[in-house]
Each structure stands twice: as C-alpha cells, then as structure tokens.
Design a protein around this ligand. Structure first.
Ligand code: HEM
Ligand code: MG
Length: 316
C-alpha cells in the first residue's frame, strides 16, 4: 500500500507531446485497454509503456499529461484500483489481466467492476470485446458529430452519441446493466475527451474536438502533434458542472435490462457502491491488510464529501 502522491505544482497549459514523451505504439506484450486516456499516456511514456502501473503513477500521469485535477485523479484511480488492482503487488493493468493466479484477476478489462456497457467506442461485453477500438461505433460518433455538431465533437454531439449508445444496448443486449458506478462513469467518459483532449485550450473557447484528433486518440492512443494540455486542472467541481450540462441532453436514469428492449430503472440507486466485500469474501492475512490500507487511502480521496467511513473494514 502507498499513500497518495502530491499534486503536481505547475498546472498551467504546456506542450506535453515533447521529446521526452515520443509516441511509440504498443509493441507485442504491451497492454492497452478500454480507457483511451490511460492508453495514450502509456503510448507516450507518461505511464510505463507496458501498460502496468501503480496507482501513484496513474495519479501523477493523468495530471501531467492531461491536467486532470489531483482530487478527481486520486478518487477515480483508487475507486478503480480497489476493485481492479492487485493489492499485493500494488500494480494494475490498464487492460487484460497479467497474472494467472490472482483472485480476482486485476485489470481494467474486467467487466462490471468499472468497465461497463454502452461505451463510446468499445462494444458491450455481451457482444464479445469490451476493450478494443470499434470502427462501427466510431462511425456512429462521427455521424452524431455531422448531425448536430457541424462535423465536430461537441457537448451536443457527444451527448447524442451517448444516448444512442444506451438505446442500442437497451435494444440488443439482454444483459445490459447501467447502474452505479457505470452510470456515472458513462457520463464522465462522455465529458472527458471534451475536457482533456481539445488542443490548446488556453483561450478556453468552445470545447470542440475534431474527428481526426478524436480518431488518433480513441484508436491510435496518440496525442495530436504539438498537443498542449488544458489550462488549469479539471477536477471534481468541473466534472460536476459538465455533468449537469450533458445530463438533461441524455436524460436516462440508472437502470438495467430485464430482457431486450425492457429497460427497468433501478429504484434505489443513489450512486453508492460496495463491491469489494463481494470480491474478497474471505481475505487472509497479507491480502486483508493490504486491502484495508488501500481502503484507508481511498477514503482520503473523499475528504471534502459527507461520506462516512464504514467499519469494520479498517479494524480487525
Ligand atoms: C473509459 C479508467 C482517466 C478518458 C474508461 C474505462 C475505464 C477507465 C475502466 C472503461 C469504461 C467503459 O467505457 O466501459 C480510467 C482511470 C483513470 C482514467 C482509472 C484514472 C484517472 C482518464 C483520462 C481520460 C479518460 C485522463 C481523458 C483523456 C476515457 C474515455 C473513455 C474512458 C474517453 C471511454 C472510452 C470509449 O468507450 O471510447 N476509463 N480512466 N480516462 N476513459 Fe478513462
Ligand atoms: Mg465498456
């Protein structure tokens, strides 16, 4: 277990596609997965290029490369690490599981813990591949951009695509599940490219993203030439206000399918989750201690919230 790394000190806009961070596509054996943000950081060496990293490396890399705010970065990383990481080695794969004998197997490809349905450019687990770039889905993103974004990815076109993706899963995926935490994750991933991947936002203008840049990001995991990260961190408050903007355009509550075409709203889904007790029903000695320590670190990321610590996890 580790404590949280410090916030980066300089959060100004700056060129991050520099000579120390060349683009090298993943080589055989390197791991990429369902998050184009982390994939891109690995392909530019902000994360280990093999795609296996500690939580601290991830928290620092998303700040350095994209100016994700320290608090949001710490929260998202630890929320994910608790369920998808290896507590004994303190490592997490950004895609496929790398070990044979860990339980549960660590990695972001794991369906349901964090990875979920109706993704922007990745298919539903039910259809076979929940982590690779999917050309058909990108074409739909492009169609939405042409319909309501003048050929750009905008808040309107990204929201339209999100709504269409949800409806597609409702119509075709009998196992479609869109409750917490996937619900919030799906909205967040809709805002992220607009928040982080707009080249040179020093003017902080309209938050539009060209399709060429988007394709390089989603498919090739590459920064645009001369990429300048956003000015100032995108943190918890910013994600909240972006969420408030897109939710009314989409307006689909948390729920799940009970048979294709039958979307049932989850009656008491308030956004809280507790998967860990189910993932590790009976952790022993070293593993138990590591999980407890990581839960304490995770709780530190919630300092400004009203969440209460739920014992006995931290006590034996
Ligand atoms: C998707 C994890 C940071 C952009 C995902 C998914 C995971 C994930 C597990 C898959 C969810 C799904 O669609 O089923 C993380 C973690 C981060 C992080 C642990 C650490 C802070 C970022 C950053 C960006 C980003 C900094 C932006 C540059 C995206 C996008 C998607 C996504 C756009 C949707 C991909 C698609 O379906 O096309 N992330 N992420 N993420 N993430 Fe991240
Ligand atoms: Mg997914």
């Amino acid at each position: 277990a580790q404590s949280l790394p410090p916030s980066i000190s300089d959060t100004s806009a700056k060129a991050v596609y520099d000579s120390e961070h060349p683009y090298i596509p993943d080589q055989p054996g390197d791991i990429r997965g369902p998050c184009p943000g982390l994939n891109t950081l690995a392909s530019h060496g902000y994360l280990p290029r093999n795609g296996v990293a500690t939580p601290a490396q991830i928290i620092t890399a998303v700040q350095e490369g994209f100016n994700m705010g320290w608090n949001l970065a710490s929260f998202v990383t630890y929320a994910t690490f608790i369920v998808d990481g290896n507590h004994l080695t303190n490592l997490m794969s950004i895609g496929a599981n790398t070990t044979a004998d860990d339980e549960p197997t660590p990695g972001l490809n794991i369906h349901f813990n964090v990875e979920g349905d109706a993704s922007t450019t990745r298919g539903d687990f039910y259809f076979g591949n929940n982590y690779s770039f999917n050309e058909t889905l990108f074409d739909q993103l492009e169609e939405a951009a042409n319909r309501v974004g003048n050929g750009l990815i905008t808040i309107e076109s990204a929201s339209l695509h999100r709504a269409l993706r949800i409806n597609d899963s409702i119509t075709r995926n009998p196992t479609f599940w869109f409750g917490s935490p996937r619900f919030a994750g799906a909205y967040a991933e809709t805002t992220f490219p607009l928040a982080f991947f707009v080249n040179n936002q020093t003017l902080d203008t309209a938050l539009n993203l060209t399709l060429d840049v988007a394709r390089d990001f989603y498919d090739k995991h590459r920064f645009p030439e001369g990429f300048v990260r956003r000015q100032g961190p995108f943190d918890v408050a910013e994600v909240g206000s972006m969420f408030a903007k897109i939710f009314p355009l989409i307006n689909i509550p948390p729920g799940h399918n009970e048979g294709v075409g039958n979307y049932v709203v989850n009656p008491e889904d308030d956004g809280s989750v507790n998967l860990t007790a189910q993932l590790y029903p009976n952790p022993m000695s070293e593993l138990e201690m590591a999980i407890k320590a990581n839960l304490v670190t995770f709780y530190e990321t919630l300092q400004n919230s009203t969440c209460e610590q739920y014992f006995p996890y931290g006590q034996s």
